[in-house]
Design a protein around this ligand. Structure first.
Ligand code: HEC
Ligand code: HEC
Ligand code: HEC
Ligand code: HEC
Length: 469
């Protein structure tokens, strides 16, 4: 027999074995004629479903009547309005979701009121973050909602997290080849594509635009570079891989510019991931021990895989959060989130229209958290740029208004703390007014007290939150 033929058919087999076996299942996702079909492998879908982890068995919700946790315990700052019974149920759940093997002592020393373990400090802020996810980001998390289990799945450190990579000092493949942006380095959620390794720093921590298509003939209009385009595609690979879907789930591949409902949900997800990373996790950096930090000293952050873990709705869309009032409401929240009325917050995050319109032009609530140095009302370093972002949002939406809330820690003298919080809020108001924003578009809230829980030095207590909507 012709050896070449044998080789060719063997090669054919090898190549085919990389394809998925028919039959496939296709679902029409847009009006007929739009050519948008979702093609799925039913066996993979079934396997994914079967692979969903079992959720820990926990007691059902009880009554919130009777003495409240804040009246009974000494150091309860977030879950204080839960009844003692409900509070205990929440502690049990947190243990089952985050540290089932380590138990209560993962966060507690013998005196349960003591805040000396960093894990407790982090957990308290995580509870606030979790509430914000369910309340402020309902446009993304819907009725499914989020609990600690969505990300942690029984692990103190969630399985899918990311750190900023060290930029290689000499990343040149060959002389004259330039920076390869870490291509071909193994980042599992980018599926080993020959694409930049880290799309997370620019897009899920920073807010670089994720738009590379142009709507006008070149050389006018959009001037996205090849590098930006590659980073965008790298992020898109991460989306697909994280959700276990292909590009057509969110795009009509005839026109990557157009919008469908899934892309709109994803759009909010991107903003939500930025909020998780910038407003909650990053400010905790100093609370973490060095062995938890990444190679550049940054804290582990979240991306789409942190929650999704390979499926389009985390945990197959299991609506767990509704049973945990402590994670669902801002009514009993620390003043931090109570400042934004629960009902109004999600409504203000208007969905971009499900048409060709770019959501960048749709009204979006913007929240910036501005941090201040100890004992000071001065704006330093990167914090100054947040004023520019606020100005851009106010200028882009002439009928929007800014609400400014200053926070101070619970330690030290109350009157002095309140005064400082007020001066910090004034500082931001004055900067906006000086840049031309009418004073009647700015509301100042009363200074709010936050927990002082990092051994007297609480970096995220020294903050002012500004919401533009
Ligand atoms: C993942 C971290 C974590 C685990 C595990 C955990 N807790 Fe807590 N616990 C906290 C946090 C955070 C607070 C403070 C909550 C607040 O400020 O609203 C707290 C507060 C408490 C308090 C109030 C103490 C006081 O006087 O202020 C009690 C009681 C408590 N936990 C019991 C338990 C028990 C019992 C377990 C094990 C079943 C447990 N916790 C497991 C994080 C944890
Ligand atoms: C959006 C995903 C997400 C959710 C929801 C979430 N966490 Fe986390 N959590 C993280 C990330 C990311 C880290 C940082 C990982 C690390 O510790 O290095 C983290 C870290 C922690 C740590 C520190 C663990 C350690 O050993 O370093 C604790 C404790 C914790 N979370 C508790 C909670 C609790 C309690 C809840 C629910 C109220 C919760 N988390 C909800 C993403 C999440
Ligand atoms: C989970 C939903 C989702 C998936 C899956 C997805 N995308 Fe995207 N894509 C988006 C969103 C949302 C944006 C816009 C982000 C923004 O504006 O902030 C976007 C933007 C883009 C853009 C830029 C479009 C423009 O207006 O310039 C391109 C190109 C693109 N995606 C290609 C892809 C490719 C190729 C894949 C498959 C590898 C893919 N996407 C998978 C949601 C998705
Ligand atoms: C904090 C957890 C969390 C993170 C992080 C997260 N998501 Fe989601 N996502 C959810 C939940 C919960 C749902 C289910 C919403 C529902 O039931 O309506 C969801 C739903 C979606 C859907 C709709 C799926 C469907 O079939 O209707 C898309 C698309 C999506 N997410 C994209 C993303 C992208 C892209 C990212 C990263 C930029 C991301 N998500 C990050 C929790 C998360």
């Amino acid at each position: 027999m012709n050896l070449k033929l044998v080789f060719a058919s063997l090669l054919g087999l090898v190549l085919l074995s990389a394809c998925e076996r028919p039959p496939m299942q296709s679902t029409q996702r847009e009006p007929r004629g739009a050519g948008l079909q979702q093609v799925d492998n039913p066996r993979l879908l079934a396997a994914n479903k079967a692979a969903l982890p079992a959720v820990p068995d926990l007691p059902p919700p009880g009554s919130n009547d009777g003495p409240k946790a804040k009246d009974i315990y000494q150091n309860v700052k977030v879950l204080g309005d839960l009844s003692v019974g409900e509070f205990t149920r929440h502690m049990l759940a947190i243990t089952a979701w985050v540290s089932p093997e380590q138990g209560c002592t993962y966060c507690h020393v013998a005196n349960l009121a003591d805040d000396s373990l960093y894990t407790k400090v982090v957990a308290r802020r995580m509870i606030e973050m979790n509430r914000s996810l369910n309340v402020d980001w309902s446009k993304h998390v819907g009725a499914t909602g989020v609990t600690c289990y969505t990300c942690h799945r029984g692990n103190p450190v969630p399985a899918n997290i990311w750190f900023a990579p060290v930029t290689p000092k000499n990343n040149y493949a060959r002389p004259g080849m330039g920076d390869d942006a870490g291509q071909n380095k193994a980042e599992p959620s980018i599926a080993l594509a020959s694409l930049p390794y880290d799309p997370f720093t620019p897009y899920l921590s920073g807010s670089e635009p994720i738009r590379v298509n142009t709507t006008t003939a070149l050389p006018t209009g959009n001037l996205a570079s090849i590098k930006q385009t590659e980073h965008t595609y790298s992020l898109m690979n991460h989306f697909s891989k994280s959700l276990g879907v292909n590009c057509t789930y969110c795009h009509n591949t005839q026109s990557f510019l157009s919008w469908n409902d899934k892309r709109v949900t994803a759009y909010h997800g991107i903003r939500m991931a930025r909020d998780v990373n910038n407003a909650y996790i990053e400010p905790l950096t100093k609370a973490f021990p060095a062995n938890r930090l990444g190679p550049t000293g940054d804290v582990a952050k979240a991306n789409c895989s942190t929650c999704h873990q390979g499926v389009n709705k985390p945990l197959g869309g299991l609506a767990m959060a509704k049973d945990w009032p402590g994670l669902m409401t801002t009514a009993m929240q620390t003043p931090a989130a109570a400042a934004a009325p629960a009902a109004a917050a999600p409504a203000a995050v208007a969905a971009p229209a499900v048409v060709a319109a770019a959501p960048a032009t749709a009204p979006q609530a913007l929240k910036e958290v501005v941090y201040f140095p100890v004992n000071s009302a001065l704006l330093k370093g990167d914090e100054v740029q947040k004023i520019d972002k606020l100005l851009a949002a106010l200028n882009a939406q002439p009928d929007s208004a800014a609400t400014i809330s200053g926070y101070h820690s619970a330690s030290g003298k109350l009157s002095a703390n309140q005064e400082l919080a007020k001066q910090r809020a004034f500082k931001i108001r004055d900067a906006l007014v000086k840049a031309g924003v009418a004073a009647n578009r700015i509301t100042l809230d009363k200074p709010q007290q936050t927990e002082a829980n990092i051994k007297g030095e609480d970096p995220f207590a020294r903050r002012v939150e500004v919401t533009v909507k």
